[in-house]
Design a protein around this ligand. Structure first.
Ligand code: GLN
Length: 200
C-alpha cells in the first residue's frame, strides 16, 4: 500500500495515477493511516495550508519520524516545498537538505509546461509547472542526485529515500515518474508484473 497525504491539493489524481500503476493507494488523513505504508506521496497544492492542517491533524510528527526512519516519500511541488528547507513560510519539515524557493517562477499566470529530458527515461516527460518552486542545489551537493533540469533549474531530484519534483506528474497520463517512485518503494507495478508473467 502506498499512501497519499490527502489534506488539500492534488491528492485525488495521485491516487488515480498510483492505482493505474496497479498498486493499492490509500488516502492519509490521520496518523493511523500511516500504518503499513511502503511509501508516501505528498502532493502539490498550497503548502501553507497543507503544513497547517497536517499539524492540526497530528500528522506532522509521525510522518516526519517515518520519513527519517527511511519511508520513501515523493514530494511534488508544494509537497517538495514542505520536504525541503527554506526560511520563508510555511515552516518546513526539513527532511531533505535542499533549499526550496516557493513561487520562484512568478505568479499563477507564469505557470507553464515543458518537455524535459529526465535521466531515468529515454523520451522527454511533459512537465506541468504551476506556481512552481525552484530547488537550489549547491554545486555537488553530497547525496543529492539531480535527475532532470529545465534550462539550468533542477526539476527532479533524489536524495536518500526522497524523490522531489517541481512539476505535477499526476496531471498527465504518463505514469513513468510514479513508476520511478514505486521502484524506490520496492513495489512492483502492474507493468513489471505483466512483464514478469509474460512467459507464462
Ligand atoms: N506555490 C504553491 C505553494 O507555495 C505550490 C504550487 C503547487 O503545488 N502547484 O504552496
Amino acid at each position: 500500500v502506498v499512501g497519499v497525504l490527502a489534506i488539500q491539493g492534488s491528492f485525488a489524481l495521485h491516487v488515480q495515477s498510483l492505482r493505474r500503476c496497479g498498486v493499492e493507494a490509500r488516502e492519509v488523513r490521520k496518523p493511523a493511516n500511516l500504518e503499513g505504508l511502503r511509501g508516501l506521496v505528498v502532493p502539490g497544492g498550497e503548502s501553507t495550508v497543507i503544513a497547517l492542517l497536517t499539524q492540526k491533524y497530528g500528522l506532522t510528527q509521525p510522518l516526519c519520524e517515518r520519513a527519517r526512519a527511511g519511508l520513501p516519500v515523493f514530494g511534488t511541488c508544494a509537497g517538495a516545498i514542505l520536504l525541503g528547507r527554506g526560511e520563508e513560510r510555511p515552516e518546513r519539515w526539513s527532511l531533505v537538505d535542499v533549499e526550496v524557493e516557493r513561487n520562484a517562477y512568478g505568479t499563477q499566470i507564469e505557470s507553464f509546461c515543458a518537455d524535459v529530458k529526465l535521466a531515468p527515461f529515454r523520451e522527454p516527460f511533459h512537465c506541468v509547472f504551476i506556481r512552481a518552486p525552484k530547488f537550489h542545489v549547491a554545486g555537488e551537493a553530497p547525496g543529492v542526485e539531480v535527475l532532470g533540469r529545465c534550462g539550468q533549474d533542477p526539476v527532479l531530484l533524489r536524495s536518500r529515500n526522497f524523490l522531489l519534483a517541481a512539476f505535477h506528474p499526476e496531471l498527465t497520463a504518463d505514469l513513468r515518474v510514479h513508476q520511478l517512485f514505486l521502484e524506490q518503494c520496492g513495489v512492483s507495478t502492474a507493468a513489471e508484473m505483466s512483464a514478469q508473467s509474460g512467459g507464462m
